[in-house]
Design a protein around this ligand. Structure first.
Ligand code: CLF
Ligand code: SF4
Length: 287
């Protein structure tokens, strides 16, 4: 398997010698509804924010675009799926990675997930040479999860409230542990919302460290959807949260809160659909 961790733009805090990554938006559906996410505006499972024009590709389209970008970009070594919904709630995610297996010696596979299905998929992801997974987890307290997540669809049943929060957290933590046991590097992305989880950061960092995560990425809320009027953290609050968490977990400091349809180095990315539609003079597909 091609190992990228030292050059992975979301795993190293060095900004030198980075590989590029491509986010292929093949995963439209999500099995939960976060209060800060409006999937109509082009969210990414990773870090939703108000944006536009995230569209969904078929696996065939994603493979074609991957080949085109690989032909142009010598540093492109990471293929990732980060939405616009939950990658593990979409069969296209697994199909895409499976069809890229012939390139396993030159590419590394990465994905983001809300963690609800991670335990079930951990072994399959490891067998498909997925080397890095990011779990979006912003609390370890069921009562806070019940405020951050409106509902979850689990085993065909819609659940809400504190019992849902408990179920999701338990699944996220056991998903992290199983993925790590299968040799996958696991990072946790945490959205800092001072009013809701500002006092939980230390406990959360300790909890995810105990579960086996190696790295944490704390990012500010981008007010959106039901949290459109929620106050995001100041840069001072963000720095303080990272400082507190760092006593339990190494912190990643360079997140660009990426969309699910970009290629390049985070923060210096191009939108892949726009590039393709520009080149081909075809309209973008509707999401
Ligand atoms: Fe993509 Fe995420 Fe893999 Fe990176 S992004 S799936 S781990 S290859 Fe990176 Fe972007 Fe931040 Fe995500 S800068 S939003 S942490
Ligand atoms: Fe949005 Fe991701 Fe939450 Fe699903 S898991 S609702 S895509 S932020």
């Amino acid at each position: 398997m091609f190992e990228t961790i030292e050059h992975h733009p979301c795993w190293t805090n060095s900004r030198l010698h980075l590989y590029e990554r491509i986010h292929l938006p093949v995963a439209p559906y999500c099995n939960i509804k976060c209060a800060f996410c409006d999937r109509n505006t082009g969210a990414s499972c990773h870090l939703p924010k108000p944006g536009r024009s995230t569209c969904v590709m078929s696996v065939d389209e994603a493979l074609e675009i991957t080949e085109r970008e690989l032909a142009k970009r010598s540093k492109l070594r990471i293929v990732a799926i980060a939405g616009p919904g939950e990658p593990l709630a979409n069969l296209s995610t697994i199909e895409l990675i499976r069809r890229l297996q012939p390139r396993v010696n030159e590419l590394s596979f990465c994905l983001s997930t809300n963690g609800v299905l991670l335990k079930e998929y951990a072994s399959q992801l490891a067998n498909l040479h997925v080397s890095t997974v990011t779990v979006s987890m912003s609390t370890h307290e069921p009562k806070t999860a019940a405020k951050l997540i409106e509902w979850a669809m689990i085993d065909g049943k819609k659940i809400t409230g504190i019992s849902m929060g408990r179920e999701i957290i338990q699944r996220q933590l056991s998903g992290i542990t199983h993925a790590v046991q299968h040799g996958i590097h696991v990072k946790v992305n945490t959205i800092l919302i001072p009013r809701l989880n500002g006092n939980e950061i230390q406990g959360l960092a300790r909890t995810i460290a105990d579960a086996g995560a190696e790295l944490q990425n704390i990012v500010p809320l981008v007010p959106n959807s039901l949290m459109a009027t929620e106050k995001p953290p100041s840069s001072k609050e963000l720095a303080a949260a990272r400082q507190i968490a760092s006593s339990h977990m190494r912190q990643f400091m360079h997140c660009a809160q990426c969309r699910s349809d970009v290629v390049g180095i985070p923060g210096r990315s191009d939108t892949i659909l726009k590039r393709v539609s520009d080149r081909d003079s075809q309209p973008q597909r509707a999401c």
